[in-house]
Design a binder for this molecule. Structure first.
Ligand code: 8ZB
Length: 476
C-alpha cells in the first residue's frame, strides 16, 4: 500500500524515462538545462520569491488560450490592463485528461481558423521550448493552473519550461475532476510531481506548490477543505517541496471566510514542517455566478473585501463573464481591477468583525479532529491514512463527482449564511461540533418555517447566481 515516503532519485528518473518519449523527448526535460534556464530569469519572475516577499495582497487571474502568440498577448494584457501581480497559464481540458492527440488537433484547428478551439493552453503540445517562450515574453511570475489527475508529464514539461509554480494535488485534483482514478493512484502520481518540485528546489530553483482548496466549489465546509489542503501540503513537504500555498474558496459569509483563512494559516504553520514557507490564497466565489455582469461585479467586490479583511498572500480573481464561461481578456482584466479597487479602498482601514474568533476556533478544532482521524487510520502515515479515511468516510466531501469519496455529507447554510453540515455521514467530527452545526441549522429552519431538508441545500446551491447568499423559500 502507498506510503508517505520520499521517492529516490532512481525512482524519479525511472518515471521520467517512462512518461517521456511519445510527446516530449527525454532530453527536452533534462535537469541541468532546465536549471540553467530558470537561473537566467530575473528576480521579478521568480514565483516563490515574489509571493513570499509580498507586502500587499497579490492579485492573480485564470487565463489560457491555445495558440502561443495569443496566449502571451493575453497574459500581457492581464499584466498591463488588469494589473495582475502573478500570471497563470490555464491548461486545456484535453491535456488535463492526458488526451494529447486531441489537444494537438484542437491546436491545429485553432491555427487554421484563427480562433480558440481549446479551453486553455496545451503546454505538452507546445513543449519545453514553447513554455520557455511564454515565460521569457511575459513580465511577471507564471503559474501552471489545470485540474489534471495524472499531471506527471505536464509537470515535467512545464517545470523544464521555466514555470515555477504548479497548482493541484492528489486529492484536490482527483475528487472534483474525475472518477477514473482511486486516491492511491493519484497520490502515487503526485508523489512524482512533488518530488520533481523538490529536486528543482534542491538545485536552487524553488518551485511553489498550491493545493486546490475550493474542491467542487459547492458549499464545501471550511474545515474539510482546510484538512485536505493541509494533507496535500504535508505530502508535498515529504517530497522536498519548500514553498506551499494553501488555498481556500470563498463561501460568501464574511465572518466564516475571514475565520477560515486565519484558521488555514494557523493550521498550516502548525502542521507543516518549519522548512516549508506557507502562504495562502483566497479564491473568489467558485460557485454559480449571476449572469448579469453588474451583479457579478458585486460578487467579485465582496470577495475583494474579504481579501482586504483577512489579507491572504494572494487572491484568485473571477471575471464578470464567469456565468458564460471562458472570459475575454477585457472582462478578465475588469475582474482584476474591481478587486484591486476594493483592496486599495480598504487597505488602511482596520475593521474588527464580531464572532470571527469563535468561528475560527470551531474550524480549527474540526480540522484537528479530521486530521487526527487520518493519522489514526494510517497508523501514523498520512498517505495511507488519506486512502483509508476516505474509504471509511471519516474524511468526506459533499457532492463528489469521484467515487474516491463517500459523499455521505450534506451541507447547508445556517441563518446568517455560514456553511454547516446537515448530514454528517461518518465524518470525524466530535459530538459537540455536530451539536453546534445542528443548532445553527435549526435556527434557520425556524426563521424560514420549514423543515431541514434537501430542498434547502438545492436552494443554497443556486442562491448566489439568483442574487443572494442564502436560498430562502419564496425567493424566485
Ligand atoms: C476550476 C476552475 C474553474 C474556473 C475558469 C472558469 C472558472 C477555466 C479558463 C478559465 C480563463 C481559461 N477557467 N479555463 N478562465 N481562461 N482558459 O476556471 O471560468 O472560473
Amino acid at each position: 500500500m502507498i506510503e508517505d515516503k520520499r521517492l529516490t532519485d532512481t525512482e524519479l528518473e525511472a518515471i521520467t524515462d517512462r512518461i517521456t518519449g511519445d510527446w516530449v523527448s527525454r532530453a527536452a526535460v533534462d535537469f541541468a538545462d532546465a536549471v540553467a534556464f530558470h537561473e537566467s530569469l530575473p528576480p521579478h519572475k521568480r514565483f516563490a520569491a515574489v509571493l513570499e516577499n509580498a507586502e500587499a495582497v497579490l492579485c492573480q487571474p485564470r487565463a489560457g488560450v491555445p495558440r502561443l502568440d495569443e496566449h502571451v498577448e493575453l497574459l500581457q494584457h492581464l499584466d498591463e490592463e488588469g494589473g495582475a501581480d502573478l500570471l497563470p497559464t490555464t491548461i486545456d481540458s484535453y491535456t488535463r485528461d492526458n488526451a494529447y492527440e486531441k489537444a494537438a488537433e484542437g491546436l491545429a484547428r485553432s491555427r487554421e481558423t484563427d480562433s480558440s478551439e481549446l479551453n486553455g493552453f496545451p503546454a505538452v503540445n507546445h513543449g519545453v521550448d514553447g513554455c520557455r517562450e511564454v515565460v521569457r515574453r511575459v513580465d511577471a511570475p507564471v503559474q501552471v493552473r489545470h485540474g489534471t489527475p495524472d499531471a506527471r508529464l505536464l509537470a515535467a514539461v512545464t517545470l523544464a519550461g521555466g514555470f515555477q509554480s504548479f497548482e493541484g494535488g492528489p486529492i484536490t485534483y482527483n475528487l472534483p475532476y474525475t472518477s477514473a482514478y482511486d486516491l492511491e493512484t493519484t497520490i502515487e502520481y503526485w508523489q512524482y510531481v512533488d518530488r520533481l518540485c523538490g529536486a528543482y528546489t534542491e538545485r536552487g530553483v524553488t518551485i511553489n506548490r498550491e493545493p486546490f482548496g475550493p474542491l467542487t466549489g459547492t458549499l464545501v465546509p471550511p474545515s474539510i477543505a482546510i484538512a485536505i489542503v493541509t494533507i496535500e501540503g504535508l505530502l508535498a513537504a515529504t517530497q522536498g517541496v519548500r514553498s506551499v500555498t494553501l488555498g481556500y474558496g470563498q463561501v460568501g459569509n464574511l465572518v466564516q471566510d475571514v475565520a477560515a483563512v486565519r484558521a488555514m494559516a494557523a493550521i498550516g504553520a502548525e502542521y507543516l514542517p518549519d522548512s516549508v514557507t506557507v502562504t495562502t490564497v483566497l479564491h473568489q466565489w467558485m460557485g454559480g455566478f449571476p449572469r448579469d455582469e453588474a451583479r457579478a461585479h458585486g460578487v467579485i467586490g465582496l470577495a475583494g473585501a474579504t481579501a482586504a479583511l483577512v489579507e491572504p498572500t494572494k487572491v484568485i480573481t473571477k471575471s464578470p463573464q464567469e456565468a458564460v464561461g471562458v472570459p475575454t481578456a477585457e472582462s478578465n482584466a475588469a475582474g482584476l481591477r474591481t478587486t484591486e479597487q476594493v483592496l486599495r479602498m480598504l487597505d488602511e482601514q482596520s475593521i474588527t468583525l464580531d464572532g470571527v474568533d469563535r468561528e475560527q476556533a470551531l474550524i480549527e478544532r474540526s480540522v484537528r479532529s479530521l486530521l487526527d482521524a487520518v493519522y489514526e487510520a494510517g497508523d501514523g502515515d498520512i498517505a495511507r491514512g488519506t486512502v483509508r479515511a476516505f474509504d471509511a468516510g471519516t474524511l468526506d466531501i459533499p457532492f463528489p463527482p469521484s467515487d474516491a469519496a463517500a459523499g455521505d455529507v450534506l451541507p447547508a447554510r445556517d441563518d446568517d449564511g455560514r456553511v454547516r453540515l446537515l448530514k454528517f455521514g461518518a465524518v470525524a467530527l466530535d459530538d459537540e461540533t455536530k451539536r453546534i452545526h445542528r443548532a445553527r441549522l435549526d435556527r434557520r429552519a425556524d426563521t424560514e418555517g420549514r423543515e431541514l431538508s434537501f430542498r434547502m441545500v438545492a436552494d443554497d446551491v443556486s442562491a448566489v447566481s439568483d442574487g443572494r447568499l442564502i436560498g430562502r423559500p419564496g425567493d424566485d
